[in-house]
Design a protein around this ligand. Structure first.
Ligand code: SF4
Length: 448
């Protein structure tokens, strides 16, 4: 349970020596409580206090990692009920389901879609993360062969699904080095599945019938030494599953109830046979509060909206996606090419650069740091006005790259043109289009 600044202060040495970088222990305690300082900055904290504070600083929903390397998926670690309170930390993983009774051609097609369906958006690659391999044959050999096929096919995360520990062990024999999620420990097999999780250092999902049983099982797992746990309340009706997600998040955050302080796994694939309805249910869990969402299949028209929804919800509202300030060359510009300027809100940058590319007019695009705000918002906030744009134009080096000294500004900040011409006497300021879609026609008509 997180401590307040005052509670932390009571545990500190209170010598106000200042070695931690702030003048008083109270200031340090406040920074610790706000997550702006590390306990290691104070060299005088006793081991006992350290243990207390580290326990108190643990996130109310434990972060759990599935997989290894750059493609590992981290879920959990959430600290708020609502995104506007701070931010959501770790995006939910999207999983495709493959069973070992499926025709080989169908399993291959799903794996192919899993690999192929990925999208570039605002400089990021959006794609699903997990393959859920389900034992439907009760045959360890068949399950093992399918796990092997999936492992060879891609490097992304794996969920091993069976209620039989022997079959889970067969899957782990093949892919334990990839740290898959073991699904699932239940009241009937908990000791053996916990043994597998410990033996292979893998996270484990626990499935129960209802939240009371779920919390009892997580207590048993943690007592057995398994801490990386993912929760499945067992509900398969949309309403009950949704309610469970809210109760679990609320119990962990507001009530500090540790037995439910873990990420969750949800199964829209088991809630409907209608693929579009399944996507809608999945979108509900993206918003509240599925950490892993298992879908029966992926199709571009349903996966892409889910990936976009996830991107939007899991973007930190206090830190918009931003592009690095600088000069961007589009299409091999030279000294006679047009010079445009825009803000560094990523969406703005990618729209403007895309339209410039579409025009096929080689151009220089100046991207001014506006703290990730769009053109209009940064202009209104005084971050994209003559007084800030002019120094950037002077120092960025564009004056050495072109002969003509004409600067095209977005139409939405036309009011800055006069101020800019005063600040940049060597430049002629041109008012460009308001909308990105009009950039190609504008550039084609532009003359140096
Ligand atoms: Fe207090 Fe430790 Fe900071 Fe010194 S280093 S002021 S004892 S918190």
């Amino acid at each position: 349970m997180p401590l307040t600044g005052i509670e932390i202060f009571k545990l500190l040495p209170k010598t106000n020596c200042g070695e931690c970088g702030v003048p008083t222990c109270l200031a340090f305690a406040m920074n610790l409580a706000a997550g702006k300082a590390e306990l290691t900055a104070c060299p005088y904290v006793s081991e006992e206090t350290k243990a207390k504070l580290e326990e108190a600083a643990a996130p109310p929903i434990r972060p759990v990692t599935i997989g290894v390397g750059d493609l590992a998926l981290k879920v959990g670690g959430e600290t708020v009920m609502f995104r506007h309170e701070k931010r959501f930390e770790n995006r939910p993983g999207l999983a495709i389901l493959i069973t070992d009774t499926m025709a080989e051609s169908e399993a291959d097609a799903r794996l192919e879609r899993f690999s192929q369906l990925q999208y570039e958006r605002v400089g990021l690659t959006l794609r699903p993360e997990l393959v859920a391999i389900k034992d439907a044959s009760a045959n360890a050999g068949k399950f093992e062969a399918l796990v092997n096929k999936v492992k060879q096919h891609n490097q992304r995360g794996i969920i091993l699904m069976s209620s039989n520990p022997d079959i889970l062990a067969a899957g782990l024999k093949v892919c334990a080095d990839r740290k898959p999620l073991i699904y699932a420990a239940t009241k009937d097999n908990l000791d053996r599945v916990a043994g597998l999780a410990k033996e292979h250092s893998c996270p484990v999902a626990v499935k129960a019938s209802g939240l009371d049983e779920l919390s009892q099982l997580t207590v048993r797992l943690t007592e057995a030494g398994v801490n990386d746990i993912v929760l499945d309340s067992g509900s398969r009706t949309v309403r009950q599953a949704f309610e469970d997600q809210i109760i679990i998040r609320n119990a962990a955050l507001a009530k500090k109830f540790r037995p439910l302080g873990f990420p969750t796994i949800t199964f829209p694939c088991e809630m409907t046979d209608d693929p579009m309805k399944e996507a809608v249910i999945a979108s509900m869990f993206v918003a509240k509060y599925g950490s892993i969402i298992v879908l029966s299949d992926f199709q571009g028209h349903s996966l892409f909206p889910l990936l976009l929804e996830r991107l939007n919800i899991y973007t930190d509202p206090q830190r918009p996606l931003a592009t690095t300030e600088g000069i961007y060359e589009i299409g091999g510009p030279d000294e006679n090419s047009p010079v445009l300027i825009t803000s560094n809100f990523s969406l703005t940058y990618f729209i403007v650069s895309g339209e410039v590319e579409t025009s096929r007019v080689p151009s220089w695009l100046l991207v001014k740091d506006t703290e990730g705000l769009s053109v209009m918002t940064s202009w209104a906030a005084g971050k994209f006005v003559a007084d800030t744009i002019a120094p950037f134009v002077k120092k960025c080096g564009i004056e050495d790259k072109v002969k003509h000294h004409q600067l095209i500004i977005p139409g939405y900040i036309a009011a800055e043109s006069g101020g800019l011409e005063e600040e940049l006497p060597a430049w002629k300021v041109l008012i460009g289009p308001r909308e990105g879609a009009h950039i190609p026609a504008y550039l084609k008509a532009w003359k140096p």
